[in-house]
Design a protein around this ligand. Structure first.
Ligand code: 8DG
Length: 132
């Protein structure tokens, strides 16, 4: 039987000064305390880039510009999938409204962060983009 398409979740790897912004989730309980790329579900009729700009404005009160997508997509459970784009800040300073912490992580510290599992396959690609 054909499976229905997975709902796309997009995450923004916001890069500045050789570091990426990680955000710590507060809900739901299964994901609280784990770190992720800010973002969320793409709404019907919305482009992935527009979803990222919207979600980051909602979650962090700042503006970003998407600079390119990291390769691949990672399953989230049975129904969703994650794609991650690199982005740069174009206005404002990230101030979390839904996460309880944000932090800038350098390439050397990427593996030490307690990322959500679907985020991990993107880390080698991200490290390449962060190389000086
Ligand atoms: N935003 C984000 N979600 C991720 C990442 N990795 C990962 O597994 N997820 C999962 C967590 C959630 O189950 C799902 C995204 O849900 P969400 O709650 O952030 O999405 P949303 O803002 O559109 O929320 P909603 O109100 O529509 O539920 O994807 C990631 O790096 N960023």
């Amino acid at each position: 039987m054909t499976q229905p398409p997975r709902t796309l979740v997009v995450g923004a790897a916001i890069l500045r000064d050789g570091a990426v912004l990680a955000a710590r989730r507060t809900a739901p309980a299964e994901t609280a305390g784990r770190w992720e790329f800010p973002g969320g579900k793409v709404e019907p009729g919305e482009s992935p880039e527009a979803a990222l700009v919207r979600e980051v404005a909602e979650e962090l009160g700042c503006r970003i510009e998407v600079t390119g997508w990291l390769p691949g997509a990672a399953p989230i459970g049975d129904t969703h999938e994650l794609r991650v784009a690199c982005a740069v800040l174009t206005g404002g300073e990230p101030t979390p409204t839904e996460h309880d912490r944000v932090r800038w992580v350098g390439a050397a510290g990427l593996d030490d962060v307690d990322w959500l599992d679907p985020d991990r396959p993107f880390l080698p690609h991200l490290r390449e983009r962060m190389a000086p």
